[in-house]
Design a protein around this ligand. Sequence first.
Ligand code: ZN
Ligand code: ZN
Length: 235
Amino acid sequence: MKAWRAFERLVALTTSDEHDDSITTVIPNARLKGYISGRKRQIDVLVDYRYSADLSRRLVVDAKDRKRPIDIKEVEAFEGLMRDVNAKRGILFCSNGYTKSALRRAQEHIGIRLVTEEEIDALDFSRWELCRSSACKEGLVLWDTYKAVICNGLISMYGLGKCDECGCFHVWCWDCGERQHLSGEDHWHCTCEPSWIWTSSKQREVDVSGLANDSLFLLLVHSDTSYDVIDRRPL
Ligand SMILES: [Zn+2]
Ligand SMILES: [Zn+2]
């Protein structure tokens, strides 16, 4: 694994460990269309509201693996990216420090964090596994949260994650051990034959200002066709 990729993954893991997974979802290597630029923007780690396109909790995280301290220009470019994707908060992780002016420029809505070489070396990728999509070459799955489904007094547990290359959802049944990816609009259930089915579905939400946001939702669809929103990835 390339050093910068390990650094990005450490940042994704750190972000995942620190967020509240009952409210927000962590999307490693996200791609968002800029509201101002109209261009697709790559984001190392995006933290977004889990259940709808409510942007109030949007946080963008950038992994700056540099041989020198990050400077004011990089903070300004990052702020431009934040504005473009409508994020009020951001965190810059850097591997070799930052200048005083960069820190002053960052102010309170941008956090700057240092990552040491020891932290990168100590990284354990055992929580990660290869993406199960055959079309995806090098993606690893960030298992971000789990979900308990209670039916007739029985509890079924599922691990949930997303690939950091192609972005597809992954579901892992802890009873039978089966794992599956859901790419695009898709559905799946394991051999436990539960009465529900995992479904990924594209939906558009338009907010009060007329801004349209497309998301791919991961839904748990019950036999009576009612469903719970489990996860979301903005498109
Ligand atoms: Zn993948
Ligand atoms: Zn199962």
